[in-house]
Design a protein around this ligand. Structure first.
Ligand SMILES: NC(=O)c1ccc[n+]([C@@H]2O[C@H](COP(=O)([O-])OP(=O)(O)OC[C@H]3O[C@@H](n4cnc5c(N)ncnc54)[C@H](O)[C@@H]3O)[C@@H](O)[C@H]2O)c1
Length: 314
């Protein structure tokens, strides 16, 4: 199949691209590299395994052009950082909502097999019950979460209105190699990098906020399921277990073999206090996470130690 992956040079997109190439698909990546480096996809570029389009998902004309001849779109391109969304809500809305609208509009004019939209567990806000199922109300607490909720519902509306095959994947926090570990990065790679550099993890607020983490290979499996099975409505993917950020920091310190004490700073506005997935629906479709949090973190520590940080800059 001819597959377009928007945001394909990013963390999840680069892993997904590699996986789908392995399955014999032809991959086009659209990315503006606003939050990624060509180093993430260098192997695929050198081996001429992908068609790379450097461009912006907000560019409707470009989206129309590059979707010609495409069978499936995985729409992952997004401004993903909560902190940045607080500083730049309009930019976040434009990329995440209008960018999604461009994808849906291009698809509406053509005969697509499927569109997969990367939504997120953040759309739910703080859990109102122990585990969040897909029927949990959407109570986004940050401009990022609100933009993803808007795009998520836009996808739903397009599937109902126009009969398009749009699947919505609501991943809980995902981690693994090639995820950014500086600046607007993500908590696990940032903690690992700091601890390996003998610096204490910095925790926002009390650290009692919880998250449900899934290793990248399990997330790619989730995408495989959503590509090949027809689910009705959105689907949660996660480990089904949550951990406090305090316990996460101490786990990383222990696995890195260091003696450090986390530092607490002021909590962030819009912080979600509890996220834990009810994955009954995705499990019924065959989803079974293979990696524990500890084994995934150990693999990422080993990878981070081997990886030359300079390569991010290539
Ligand atoms: N990482 C997670 O824990 C997680 C969890 C749930 C959902 N998601 C969703 O999965 C998707 C991928 O997340 P990720 O962690 O790989 O993030 P990422 O930032 O690594 O990947 C997103 C990619 O989109 C690109 N991009 C940003 N704005 C663009 C634009 N205007 N035009 C073209 N490309 C643009 C970035 O350069 C980046 O390569 C996102 O939609 C995110 O909301 C991620």
């Amino acid at each position: 199949m001819n597959i377009l992956i928007t945001g394909g040079a990013g963390f999840i997109g680069s892993h997904l691209s590699r996986y789908l190439i392995g399955k014999g698909h032809k991959i086009t990546i659209l990315d503006d590299f606003s939050n990624s480096s060509p180093a993430n996809i260098r192997d695929m570029l050198l081996n001429r395994q992908i068609r790379l389009v450097k461009g912006d998902v907000r560019d409707a004309k470009l989206i129309n052009e590059i979707t010609d001849g495409i069978d499936i779109i995985f729409h992952l391109a997004a401004q993903i950082h909560i902190d940045k969304s607080i500083l730049e809500p309009k930019y976040t809305f434009d990329v995440n909502v209008l960018g999604t609208l461009n994808i849906l509009e291009a698809a509406r004019k053509r005969d697509f097999e499927k569109i997969v939209f990367a939504s997120t567990s953040e759309v739910y806000g703080t859990a109102l019950k122990d585990r969040i199922d897909e029927d949990h109300p959407l109570n986004p607490q940050s401009p990022y979460a609100a933009s993803k909720a808007a795009a998520d519902r836009l996808c739903h509306a397009y599937s109902k209105t126009y009969g398009m095959n749009v699947s919505i994947i609501r991943n809980f926090n995902t981690f693994g190699p090639f995820q950014k570990d500086t600046g607007y990065g993500s908590v696990i790679p940032i903690f690992i990098r700091r601890v390996l550099e003998n610096k204490p993890p910095i925790i926002y607020g009390s650290g009692e906020q919880t998250r449900d983490f899934m290793y990248i290979d399990d997330a790619v499996h989730a995408y495989d399921i959503i590509m090949n099975k027809n689910a009705d409505g959105a689907l949660n993917f996660g480990s089904g277990r949550d951990i406090t950020i305090n316990d996460l920091a101490n786990l990383i310190i222990r696995l890195c073999g260091k003696d450090l004490t986390p530092v607490h700073v002021e909590s962030r506005p819009g912080e979600v206090m509890k996220l834990c997935a009810d994955t009954s629906k995705s499990r019924a479709l065959g989803f079974e996470p293979k990696y524990t949090l500890e084994s995934g973190i150990q693999m990422l520590i080993d990878w981070t130690k081997k990886y030359k940080f300079d390569e991010w800059k290539i």
